[in-house]
Every structure is written in structure tokens, then in C-alpha cells.
Design a protein around this ligand. Structure first.
Ligand code: G6P
Length: 412
């Protein structure tokens, strides 16, 4: 009914707009404030950085919790009370296998980047329907993380059982506490998305990202793979994501995307490109568009285009390029020039401070607020969700119930 949709035309749009709230609910109780940085050996240098970055609302809460003066740099850490893995066991993890289906698999791709870059644990990601049949090398020191919104996906559940049987510790990131996956896993981290009705997953995906950010930082803390000032900065940046996500949901922003979507709706093929986590987000953006608009698209690692797919670029082919990784900016820029030279119409998604530079090459720029490079997916995916939504809306599809798809797939 309309009432359940709280005035939105579709659940999907409602759920996109719920993301800032869902981020907050996923983080709730998982950030620990230790106290004033001055007493804890954090350099003054990093203290200044923190003060400059601090969001007022976050600062006030931290000050209250830690009983420190407003704006004073505090030490922040992650605590995951529901995680039963002992400190010793976390320190002994040899490798991580992330296993999931669909959108949850795409969240796993980001999870790999976070765990490898923060906690320095070698991580592999598999789609659940492939995992069991490739003779995965599981040892008692393997942590298997299964990711599932519903907690009922048959392939993911079967992978969980197989991993447990082979002696792995299985941690589930799930949105449904009483689900089969939640019950059978050794450990769970619950996402605070709340019920997700639309078949195309939005807030479940982004809260899975938040769960991975927190887990990655938590492991880094316990394995001492990042210095405390870096951890404080990262936690602070995670805390600011809800407020930054809100900036992407203004009328001005959504109207810009609705306008672009009306043009995308005229095409039969498009490409999403990016490097690193941007490539993983590109895959999710492409899936979203396919699921509800039925327009064919492909996500490509930007640097791989020239090894084949470039042949498909014609005059006017839309290319959506994600460019949130400062270290990869120049490399992706040359890929944008490659597709431009073949006639592509390029939309770039990048930080505000890059807009001017990008406007010289791209046909269009959609800006997102700046955050730590590794956390950018929680922001950059939002315009892609909205693009998929407005494209499907333009085409008049039943957005919440796309043809041939089910919210939860309980057959293998
Ligand atoms: C179905 C849904 C997808 C979802 C996938 C995994 O295919 O249509 O949106 O990503 O299942 O679901 P899960 O509940 O395990 O996250």
C-alpha cells in the first residue's frame, strides 16, 4: 500500500532514501571512544586532522560519550560485541573467504579490498554457487564470511554448511537475525537495514559495506596492522558517511540523475568502468540497471577495456566512469580519453574537488562528497541506484517486482 511506502512511488526509492538511517543503525554501539588523544600518544598532527574533519553532530556525541571537550581529538576504535571470535583467533586468521550471491557478492568484493588493505589478510571472494565446486582450500585458520540480506539463499546456505564441515569458522553478515544462515553460522554481524521489500537490493548492500568497513577496522585494530591515528581517522570517516549520504539525496542531486536517466533509457547498451573499489561499485551499478530497466550493460575494469570491449564503443554509447580513487585518477582519466576518442558519451562520478578538472574531458560530471578512498563505495553507489531507478521509471517498468526475479532464491 501507499502507506507502507511512506509517500514514495516504489519501495526501491523509499529504501534508497532510508540509507543514511540504515548506516546509523548498522554502526550503533560499534564505535568505542577511548578518550582524549593527548593522553593516548596520538600525534598532535593527527589530532588537528581529526578536528578539521569532524562533523558537528559526531563531535558532540563523541564529546558526550568520552567526557572530553567539544572538538577535542579523541581516540576511536571499533567494538563488535556480537562477534564471538576471540582476539587470539582473529590474530591467527590465515585467510578469508567471502561467499555470497548477487548484490551481496558485490558487497563482498568491497569487503575483500577493506580486509586486505586494513587488516592485511589474504581474501578471496566467490559466488556461492561456484564456491563448493572448486575444492576451496579451507583450514581451521580460514575465516569464511557469508553475506546474505535474507539469510535464506540456498546456495549461500549450502556454502556455509560445506565450510563449517571443513572446519572453518563461519561469520555471517545478514539482515535477518532469525534466518537459517544466522542460526547456522558460528558468528553474526547484523546489518541495520530493516526490512527490504524491493527485489533490487539497495540499503541491504550499503549496510553490508558498513559492516565490512567496521569488521576490517576491527581486525586491523586487533592485528595491529594500522596505527591508532589512522584507525581513529577511518572510524571518524565511517561515522560521517550517513551525513554525507544525505547530501546525495537532495532534490537538486536526484533531479540531475533523473534527467540523465531519461537519456540512458533511449539506449540498448552501456558500460560502467572503474578501477579498484570503483570497479566493484561499477559491477553493482550495472546489475542494478539490468535488474530493473532490462537495458544491457557491462561493468569493466577500466584498464581492461582496451583488451577487447573497446571494440563495442560507438558514437553515443553511454559510459559511466567511477573515479573516486585519487591514486588511480590519472590512469582512469586516460581510459576516459580512450572511450571519448571512439565517440562515447561519458558521465563521470567523482569527488566535488575534481569536478572542474573533469569537466574538460567528460560530457557530464556527478559529484559526491569526499571521504576516505576505501569508504567511497557507500557514497558512489547511491547515484547508480538512482540512475537505475529513474531509467526504469522512464521506461514504465514495475520497479519493485522486476520480471523473472525473486527477492530470495531458495533453490540451488
Ligand atoms: C536474489 C535477489 C538479489 C540478492 C540475491 C542474494 O537474487 O534478487 O537482490 O542480491 O538474491 O540474496 P541474499 O538474501 O542472500 O542477500
Amino acid at each position: 500500500t501507499t502507506a507502507e511506502k511512506a509517500g514514495y512511488d516504489y519501495f526501491m526509492l523509499k529504501e534508497i532514501f532510508e540509507q543514511p538511517r540504515a548506516y546509523r543503525d548498522t554502526m550503533r554501539g560499534k564505535v568505542k571512544v577511548i578518550g582524549d588523544a593527548k593522553d593516548s600518544g596520538v600525534s598532535q598532527q593527527s589530532g588537528v586532522e581529526i578536528r578539521e574533519k569532524i562533523d558537528e553532530e559526531v563531535a558532540e556525541r563523541i564529546a558526550k560519550q568520552a567526557d572530553v571537550n567539544y572538538g577535542l581529538p579523541a581516540i576511536l576504535q571499533v567494538q563488535i560485541e556480537e562477534c564471538k571470535l576471540s582476539v587470539e583467533k582473529i590474530q591467527q586468521i590465515e585467510k578469508v573467504h567471502i561467499v555470497a550471491c548477487g548484490t551481496a557478492y558485490h558487497a563482498g568484493l568491497i569487503g575483500k579490498s577493506v580486509i586486505e588493505s586494513c587488516a592485511r589478510i589474504a581474501t578471496e571472494v566467490d559466488v556461492a554457487s561456484e564456491y563448493r565446486y572448486r575444492s576451496p582450500m579451507i583450514t581451521p585458520r580460514t575465516l569464511v564470511i557469508v553475506v546474505s540480506q535474507s539469510g535464506e539463499t540456498a546456495d549461500t546456505l549450502a556454502a556455509l554448511r560445506e565450510a563449517k564441515q571443513q572446519g572453518a569458522h563461519v561469520l555471517a553478515i545478514t539482515n535477518v537475525v532469525g534466518s537459517s544462515i544466522a542460526r547456522e553460522a558460528d558468528d553474526i554481524v547484523v546489518t541495520g537495514a530493516g526490512p527490504e521489500i524491493a527485489v533490487a537490493s539497495t540499503k541491504a548492500y550499503t549496510t553490508q559495506l558498513i559492516a565490512f568497513f567496521l569488521l576490517g577496522i576491527y581486525f586491523a585494530q586487533l592485528r595491529q596492522t594500522l596505527p591508532q591515528d589512522k584507525i581513529t581517522n577511518l572510524v571518524m570517516a565511517v561515522e560521517q558517511l550517513p551525513a554525507l549520504a544525505e547530501q546525495l539525496l537532495t532534490t537538486e542531486k536526484t533531479e540531475q540523475l533523473a534527467e540523465i536517466a531519461r537519456r540512458i533509457a533511449l539506449h540498448h547498451d552501456l558500460f560502467f568502468i572503474g578501477r579498484g573499489v570503483d570497479y566493484a561499485v561499477a559491477q553493482e551499478g550495472s546489475l542494478k540497471l539490468k535488474e530493473i530497466s532490462y537495458i544491457h550493460s557491462e561493468a569493466y575494469a577500466a584498464g581492461e577495456l582496451k583488451h577487447g570491449t573497446l571494440a563495442l564503443i560507438e558514437q553515443g554509447t553511454p559510459v559511466i566512469a567511477l573515479m573516486t580513487q585519487p591514486a588511480l585518477f590519472d590512469k582512469t582519466m586516460s581510459n576516459i580519453k580512450e572511450v571519448k576518442a571512439r565517440g562515447a558519451h561519458v558521465l563521470v562520478i567523482a569527488y566535488d574537488n575534481m569536478a572542474e578538472e573533469l569537466a574538460k574531458t567528460a560530457d557530464e560530471v556527478f559529484t559526491i562528497p569526499m571521504t576516505e578512498a576505501i569508504l567511497s563505495p557507500a557514497l558512489s553507489v547511491i547515484p547508480l541506484q538512482l540512475l537505475a531507478y529513474y531509467t526504469a521509471l522512464t521506461l514504465g517498468h514495475d520497479i519493485d517486482k522486476p520480471r523473472n526475479l525473486a527477492k530470495s532464491v531458495t533453490v540451488e
